[in-house]
Design a protein around this ligand. Structure first.
Ligand code: ADP
Ligand code: MG
Length: 222
């Protein structure tokens, strides 16, 4: 599902350098990504999602070479194929819970908002225990509720690939387990693939595999 080869990445500013010689994630795998803060975990997810353009190396998602797409093509590809749960959620403050969940369907023709989608959105929110807060403004949600709102938004289009950036961070242990179980359940139901950055070492045993950033030679010269 994800194939990375000889990926080199640097930002325009700063001396951070990421080098991944090879990384493969199979379809249906649930992979945890761990590593110290600042090691490039979020950067990698952004490269895979096509939010940051690849400048050097190959990234394939399914049959698509992300590194060969232009900005508009990457955006379309992302909307149709990838569910991203951002580290800081990136919910829209001026929208309520249900409108945040439906938002991707309103900003692209690639997704069609119909009755079935609306019903699934409500069901998903119920399943995530925010079904009674559909009309609440995002600003008035707790941290855990915002997290679940962001997860619902990412899952609604049935993405083939789910990228989650510390989706269970700052949650109490009970909620952590539950959210991860719901995420895993969605992955299984739709034969999706999950790549999830986590700092919760007690959750690692639930994943099929762990990718540790300490194994990448982030300092290797191009
Ligand atoms: P992690 O998610 O593992 O904590 P990040 O991928 O967020 O790490 O960041 C990796 C490194 O890249 C850090 O040193 C960070 O400061 C730097 N960095 C992140 N975003 C940018 C940016 N837009 N411009 C320059 N440097 C950045
Ligand atoms: Mg990060």
């Amino acid at each position: 599902m994800i194939n990375i080869e000889k990926l080199h990445f640097s930002y325009l500013t700063g001396d951070f350098h990421l080098y991944i010689s090879k990384l493969n994630v199979e379809k249906g795998e649930k992979v945890a990504v761990i590593g110290p803060s600042g090691s490039g975990k979020t950067t990698l997810l952004n490269l895979i999602a096509g939010i940051i353009p690849v400048t050097n190396g190959n990234i394939r998602v399914g049959e698509t070479r992300i590194d060969s797409l232009n900005d508009a093509q990457r955006r379309d590809f992302r909307i149709q194929n990838i569910g991203f749960v951002f580290q800081d959620f990136e919910l829209l403050d001026y929208l309520n819970v249900i409108d945040n969940i439906l938002h991707p369907f309103r900003i692209t023709r690639a997704l069609r908002l119909d009755k079935d989608v609306r019903e699934r959105a409500v069901a998903l929110a119920k399943n995530m225990d925010i079904g009674d807060k559909l009309k609440r403004q995002t600003n008035d949600l707790s941290h855990g509720e915002k997290q679940r709102n962001a997860i619902c938004r990412a899952l609604l289009p049935h993405p083939k690939l789910i990228l989650a950036d510390e989706a269970t961070g700052n949650l109490d242990p009970e909620n952590k387990d539950r959210i991860l179980d719901l995420l895993f359940q969605a992955v299984d139901e739709h034969e999706a693939t999950l790549l999830a950055v986590t700092h919760d070492h007690e959750l690692l045993k639930k994943f099929d595999r762990i990718v540790d950033f300490r194994n990448f030679q982030s300092k290797e010269a191009v």
